[in-house]
Ligand binder design. Sequence first.
Ligand code: ZN
Length: 148
Amino acid sequence: MATEVLKLTAQIVISHASMSELTPKELVEEIKDIYNLLSSLEGEITMAEAVPMGKGKEAAVVKKPSIPLDEIVKEKYVVCLECGKKMRTLKAHLRKAHKLVPAEYYRQYGLDPKKFPLVCKEYSEQRRKLAKEKGLGERGFRRKAKTT
Ligand SMILES: [Zn+2]
């Protein structure tokens, strides 16, 4: 039924537009007016329902974490947002338990990888120290920002 109304609306607007000069804005207004008029006459759906803005659904792809974000990266553990488990590193767990790669995990929750590492603070601290002791910090891991 709605498409029938749309067809009718188009016909009316086209015949009107061919007779009088309408700006694009006036044209849009007229389409809305006529569509609403025809719809209400027919007891049909409203304009708003017929043409959804299409925003709400895409936005819903990002899941809302059930755990407060400042609680997920701690000294001794990181929390998996999928199942709430606490562990020292999440990467292997995400792959095994949830079949997720880190990039997907971050995208699902709209997280910033820099702010939310997949390892606990203690672990990344240890890695940093180890790298320093081995002299890796000097050779291979120099930050790009410093060299440029
Ligand atoms: Zn999990």
